[in-house]
Ligand binder design. Structure first.
Ligand code: ATP
Ligand code: MG
Length: 589
């Protein structure tokens, strides 16, 4: 491709819309343009890089035995009602109505479509296992689209769905996808690590997310250098949450009866921890009130702990909950937030269920709100004074807590989720009738798994991970072009241009992807642009070195090498092959 014939609208400044580096670089390198928030056009070079990621995904999915299909983005609303997700996923669904007043949905994911297909087309254990995948556009009405392709309203996902006869067989399908994902990201030049992930309200048995470490990532990951444990903070546990019952402070002392004391104006943990009260946060009970599917629920944590809403959701089995408002709370509890407590004798309504974090189990001599504005209670013995309906691990793990497996201090870091593998079980196959007949003719629901890769997010994650002050540093495998030929004189009869044309033809014939910068621009402009776009290799053809019979090969990161003109072809081909092979990609052609 010739630079002047394609469209590479590079920018000196990054547009104000871009907040993170990879987003800025996508725009500055002329790879994408914004149409609306979270909605982008891929320009020619961006599209080439995207196609390469897709191709790597496709090859590895095929290699793992998955079968490619293409499902519609436009889906009848009825199938979403049938699975129950018209309600539970309502927030992200784009809905539309046609001329006949029929309702449709733009697919945010495709469990419904594929499960119905399997229900109709697969009947026998002989046809299983099956794993269907597609690389297709998804639509999600995200609360906060941002960071370019990272959190978009319209994006490309590879989604795969496996169907098996048993749990054990599903486990094998799961492992195949897990392994394929590791290969896919490695071939894209991405450093990723897998973490245990929240299975959420779907209630699947387990799942892993593939994470790219990045400060700008929207996920927080807890990990242990000692034993390799790693989990999304939404799921992570530590030894702290698991302390045995009764191991609390002060185990021998008899706690006196709860005693009310005045705390005018004190409505935070911090205020009660400060003088004159000086009750350490760890000796306080935090009382929260939530509205869960329109019913109140009290949640108790130690004063220095935070409620992990993802854990709460998965224990509840629903994502439909919110903190109660101050008015609702006053009506149910008789006091305002800051003075609440769950001590049985002080509660206005005894019927509100109490959930408590396991860390509170056995704690004595605690301080909590008295359910009366301006008062707290001390000497609270959790076992004696509070009726807990549900004990659960509800707290968010903190950096430095001992690992539950090996006691080493846990660390945390931010990361970008690029892929997700999920053991689904039979939720969808039961709801949508994907059943098979076993050898004896008995009917069973298929055991499913689902597996997603954000293809467009992966592309941007590569840039987020691989760049420098001059621009993008593409791994050889996903670069829009592997080589940028840069003649410094572009007059058609000039020696530089003639050699550039010859190398262009020869490299192309050798299967190398080349862009020829035929712009009549100053060398500085061309070099800057090539570095900004980030081609792995630049070949400079300048009059001076040509006079010596040489050309200059400049890797994007690394020193320039002068090579003889007649060796240039072989050297470039070898560098491209080595670059591909280093990432586990076989050379093409
Ligand atoms: P997130 O927690 O980031 O919203 P998710 O759990 O909703 O992700 P999945 O439903 O598992 O994501 O989708 C599979 C993959 O699709 C994710 O791992 C991610 O790479 C990608 N993805 C999800 N939402 C978006 C989005 N709004 N824009 C771009 N990619 C996305
Ligand atoms: Mg999401």
């Amino acid at each position: 491709m010739r630079w002047t014939q394609t469209l590479v609208p590079t920018l000196k400044e990054s547009p104000a819309e871009a907040e993170i580096l990879s987003h800025k670089l996508l725009l500055r390198a002329g790879l994408i343009r914004r149409l609306a928030g979270g909605v982008y056009t891929f320009l020619p070079l961006g599209l080439r890089a995207l196609r390469k990621v897709e191709q790597i995904v496709r090859e590895e999915m095929d290699r793992a035995g998955a079968i490619e299909v293409l499902m519609p983005a436009l889906q009848p609303v009825e199938i979403w009602q049938q699975s129950g997700r018209y309600r539970t996923a309502a927030e992200v669904l784009y809905k539309l109505r046609d001329r006949a007043h029929k309702d449709w949905v733009l697919g945010p994911t495709h469990e419904e479509v594929i499960t119905l297909l399997v229900a109709a087309e697969v009947n026998s254990y002989r046809q299983l296992p099956k794993n269907f995948y597609q690389i297709q556009v998804k639509f999600r009405d995200e609360i906060r689209p941002r960071f370019g392709l990272m959190r978009a309203r319209e994006f490309i996902m590879k989604d795969a769905y496996s169907f098996d006869v048993s749990d054990a067989a599903a486990q094998i399908s799961y492992q195949k996808m897990y392994d394929a994902y590791a290969r896919i990201f490695a071939r894209c030049g991405l450093k990723t690590f897998a973490v245990e992930a929240d299975t959420g309200v779907i209630g699947g048995s387990f799942s892993h997310e593939f994470m790219v470490p990045a400060e700008t990532g929207e996920n927080e990951v807890v990990y242990c250098d000692g034993c390799g444990y790693a989990a999304n903070i939404e799921r992570a546990e530590s030894a702290v949450g698991r302390s045995p019952a009764g191991a609390a402070v002060n185990p021998s002392a008899e706690t006196p009866q709860p005693e009310k004391f005045p705390t005018p104006g004190v409505v935070t943990i911090e205020a009660l921890a400060a003088p004159p009260y000086s009750v350490a946060a760890a000796r306080q009970i935090k009382t929260l009130v939530y509205l869960v599917e329109s019913k109140p629920v009290i949640v108790l944590l130690r004063g220095d702990d935070q409620l992990n809403e993802a854990k709460f959701a998965s224990r509840l089995g629903t994502g439909t909950f919110r903190p109660a408002t101050a008015e609702e709370i006053f009506e149910w509890m008789g006091a305002h937030p800051g003075s609440l407590g769950a001590v049985t004798t002080t509660r206005r309504r005894a019927d509100i269920p109490v959930w408590a974090d396991t860390r509170l189990r056995g704690e004595r001599d605690m301080t909590t709100g008295a359910n009366e504005d301006g008062f707290h209670l001390r000497h609270v013995d959790v076992a004696r004074d509070i009726r807990v309906d549900q004990w659960a691990d509800l707290r968010t793990v903190q950096t430095g807590e001992p690992c539950a497996r090996c006691s080493q201090p846990l660390k945390t870091r931010r990361a970008i989720e690029v892929g997700h593998v999920f053991k689904l079980g039979t939720k969808y196959s039961e709801a949508l009738g994907a059943e098979f007949l076993d050898e004896s003719g008995a009917r069973h629901p298929c055991v499913m798994g689902c597996y997603g890769i954000g293809v467009t997010r992966t592309l941007q994650a590569v840039i987020e991970q691989s760049n420098d002050k001059d621009g993008i540093i593409w791994p050889m495998s996903v670069a829009p072009y592997q080589v940028c030929l840069t003649p410094l004189n572009v007059a058609p009869q000039s020696a530089a241009m003639q050699l550039a044309e010859r190398l262009y033809a020869e490299l192309t014939a050798a299967g190398v992807e080349v862009i020829l910068d035929d712009r009549d621009e100053r060398p500085g402009v061309k070099f800057k642009d090539a570095d900004l776009v980030g081609f792995p290799l630049r070949v400079n053809l300048g009059e001076k070195s040509l006079a010596r019979g040489e050309v200059e090969i400049k890797p994007r990161t690394g020193a320039a090498m002068s090579v003889k003109q007649d060796e240039a072809l072989a050297r470039v081909v070898a560098l491209v092959r080595d670059g591909l092979a280093a990432l586990g990609n076989a050379p093409r052609g």
